[in-house]
Design a binder for this molecule. Structure first.
Ligand SMILES: Nc1ncnc2c1ncn2[C@@H]1O[C@H](COP(=O)(O)OP(=O)(O)O)[C@@H](O)[C@H]1O
Ligand SMILES: [Mg+2]
Length: 240
């Protein structure tokens, strides 16, 4: 197992579009995440959380700086290599679930395996096994709009993890869910971290959600202003 799972060195990000001034968003972000960590990322709206998550998820590239995932240098890889890394190494879940609307739950879960080259029927069988293992088999033939928000997010998590990636990136995964459902989803994510050792990086606004994690990174205006124990970062006394 690599010592360090994620390493960022002096990452800057600015959004550039033709005819408009560049928008600087991230400034000199350096951090390291080890296998098995559960990291929460907080910060005001617009502080750069999603921008940082997109870079970690290889969905966007930094303007300057270096990103290493499992000691492999990400900056400089070509599109095909990045797609393969997203497929094998990273699971991503979003606030809006992002399931494909016209595909059933089981086909959504099968998708990463189909992308990886597995024949569709075999991928569907494996996806169904995964859904059975997580108690979701009864929903396998439903379309996303026939599922509750909590069920959709569970399907999205199953899809994110079907290739057994070491990392799950979650950008406000409970942002569209009520409190009870949020607790269920966070219970599931915490269990994946505890029982399967999946490394979690999770964006949230809410202290109650952040408390499921162990390490807190707080961003302000694109800079890290806190990186340490969750309770300390939330301004709560650490009771040992
Ligand atoms: N594609 C883009 N083009 C230009 N500016 C962007 C783009 N995406 C985000 N931004 C800007 O970058 C800043 C940080 O956005 P974001 O990373 O989404 O913050 P957060 O997730 O913390 O709310 C915001 O000011 C936002 O308007
Ligand atoms: Mg965001």
């Amino acid at each position: 197992m690599p010592q360090s799972l994620i390493r960022l060195h002096h990452i800057d990000k600015q959004y550039e579009s033709p005819g408009a001034p560049a928008v600087p968003v991230l400034h000199g972000i350096s951090l390291e995440i080890k296998p098995g960590e559960f990291v929460c990322l907080m910060g005001q709206s617009g502080s750069g959380k999603s921008t940082l998550m997109n870079i970690l998820g290889c969905l966007d590239a930094p303007t300057h700086g270096e990103y290493f995932l499992e000691d492999r240098r990400i900056s400089g890889l070509v599109a095909d290599e990045l797609a393969q890394i997203r497929n094998r190494k990273l699971g991503f879940v979003f606030q809006g679930f992002n399931l494909l609307k016209r595909m059933t739950a089981v086909d959504n879960v099968a998708l990463p395996m189909v992308y990886a080259g597995m024949p569709r029927e075999q991928a569907r069988e494996r996806a169904l096994e995964k859904l059975q293992a997580t108690g979701l088999a009864g929903f396998s033939e439903r379309l996303p709009n026939q599922l509750s928000g909590g069920q959709q997010q569970r399907i999205a998590i199953a899809r994110a993890l079907v290739m057994d990636p070491p990392v799950l990136l979650a950008d406000e995964p409970t942002g569209n869910l009520d409190t009870a459902t949020s607790e269920e989803i966070m219970g599931l994510i915490a269990q994946l971290n505890r029982d399967r050792g999946i490394t979690i990086v999770l964006v949230t606004h809410e202290p109650d959600i952040a408390r499921y994690g162990r390490r807190l990174i707080r961003l302000k205006d694109g800079r890290i202003v806190f990186d340490g124990d969750v309770a300390e970062g939330l301004g709560e006394r650490v009771t040992a």
